[in-house]
Design a protein around this ligand. Structure first.
Ligand code: JFZ
Length: 455
């Protein structure tokens, strides 16, 4: 073990109530919203085929010109209660909002900069409205904060001179002040999701990242902080130089999920974040983004995939620049929500089904009850039949579809631990459904390994 001052604080996952709540929530709504939402990936009529929140960099827009967009941020169609309603309809249990993205524009009236909603056309504390609206509907609120800041004059990518070091030192004070300000203004938030910490300048300041985590946790007991904040004494990120996870959960799964058989990820808490189009977090109005939009069956598959490996799924929404929700995203939210209202039992508070190998046609999940396993069927084979390979020593007791979609399932016990489910009678229009499988110790004990279980 290397001696570290600013390494991981814990060797194993937190078990306190706040962390358990994070874990049970499983499905969250990510919101990327800022000045970039108004431009929606388009500048002077040109569709920039890149993440909309990166437009000022991609289209090389001068900083001062970009900052003036705040004068147009009047968000007349914005209604925090309506956003919260949609999140509830989607079945989300928490929300992570971009308090400040790379552009530096703050959704709360910050004391430490003029570049905020209070000075924009809207002139209100938009973040405060969101925090209250979402909490009112029972959702946990997390704040996204980008340490990278394209607007602040003291931001540096790397530290090449003493002048850089002084400037960046001022920047870090500024960012810490803003973070403490957020914690004091919105003390009910459950956590912080950090971003923009990959540059050399931040990596050279592992001590600062350590201090930020500590101070925020002193201000808000039980606070949950993503691994993306941290660097250690040597600039190692997410994991310290000893390989231990920093922060409370791994937040590095971004637009990708672990392999569905990769059980190593279950050793810690983790969350994957995902865009609806292929690669834009901010609302993008171009055809480019529209072409790649995922459908609800794909997103539900991803949610189940995460849950089956003990992870959370944070699905991103990009509201438009006038404050209204994007129509296509409303539809998806409702479709996911209606699936969850029938099948949520297989998702919320569930995680790895320890003894059940990855089945290929979908995912297994399990909660505290060892006798019940959920089979989430998301890839029905052409044959219309799937196999349930039961762990050695278990026999099937019952198999109950959670929704009408699975009602036509026919259970055929083949031999020993192999059960076949014939799905040809299930409603063909339904692409994903969950079954509750109750398995009990078998009265027919066998000890030889099951040749059909692939390890
Ligand atoms: C970052 C942001 O740049 C982006 O705008 C968005 O907010 C997203 C959630 O986070 O983008 C990243 C960050 C990390 C990786 C990739 C994109 N990564 O580690 O692969």
């Amino acid at each position: 073990m290397i001696e570290l001052k600013y390494g991981a604080e814990m060797a194993s996952p937190r078990q306190d109530q706040a962390m358990q709540k994070f874990r049970e929530n499983r499905f969250g709504q990510f919101i990327h919203w800022g000045l970039y939402s108004m431009q929606a990936g388009i500048w002077q009529g040109k569709d920039y085929e890149f993440a909309a929140e990166f437009l000022p960099k991609i289209a090389q827009i001068p900083e001062a010109q970009w900052a003036r967009l705040a004068e147009q941020f009047s968000i007349e169609a914005f209604d925090a209660a309506e956003w919260a309603s949609l999140a509830v309809e989607a079945g989300a249990k928490y929300i992570t909002i971009t308090a400040k993205h790379h552009e530096g524009f703050c959704l709360w009236p910050s004391e430490f900069t003029d570049f905020h909603v209070g000075n924009a056309a809207v002139g209100r504390d938009v973040l405060g409205e969101l925090v209250r609206a979402y909490e009112h509907r029972g959702l946990d609120v997390y704040l996204y904060y980008s340490v990278l800041d394209w607007h602040h004059p003291d931001w540096r990518y790397r530290l090449e001179s003493t002048e850089d070091e002084h400037a960046f030192g001022r920047y870090l004070d500024f960012a810490l002040n803003q973070l403490c300000e957020l914690a004091k203004r919105y003390p009910s938030v459950k956590g912080f999701w950090f971003d923009g910490t990959w540059d050399e300048s931040v990596k050279a300041n592992g001590a600062w990242t350590w201090r930020v985590e500590r101070q925020l946790k002193e201000l808000i007991p039980g606070l949950i902080v993503s691994s993306r904040l941290r660097a250690d004494d040597f600039g190692a990120r997410h994991r310290d130089s000893n390989g231990l996870l920093m922060g409370d959960y791994e937040s590095g799964y971004e637009r990708r999920l672990p392999d569905p058989w990769d059980r190593a990820v279950t050793e810690q808490d983790w969350e994957a974040c995902m865009t609806i189009p292929q690669a834009s977090w901010g609302h993008h109005a171009g055809v480019w983004a529209e072409r790649t939009v995922k459908n609800s069956a794909e997103l539900i598959d991803m949610l189940a995939h995460c849950v089956s490996l003990g992870g959370n799924f944070l699905l991103n929404f990009g509201p438009t620049g006038d404050g209204s929700l994007a129509p296509g995203e409303r539809v998806l939210a409702r479709e996911i929500g209606s699936w969850l209202s029938a099948n949520g039992e297989a998702i919320f508070g569930k995680g790895l089904a320890r003894n059940w190998a990855y089945p290929g046609w979908g995912y297994f999940s399990q909660g505290a009850d060892p006798a019940t396993v959920y089979a989430i069927v998301s890839k029905i084979p052409v044959s219309g039949r799937i196999r349930l390979n039961l762990p050695a020593g278990l026999a099937l007791r019952s198999c109950t579809p959670l929704s009408a979609a699975g009602a036509g399932v026919v259970v055929q016990e083949l031999e020993k631990s192999i059960v076949q489910l014939d799905l040809s009678g299930c409603r063909p229009e339904t692409l994903v459904f969950a079954l509750g499988v109750a398995a009990a110790a078998s009265d027919r004990i066998w000890t030889e390994p099951n040749p059909d279980v692939v390890n």
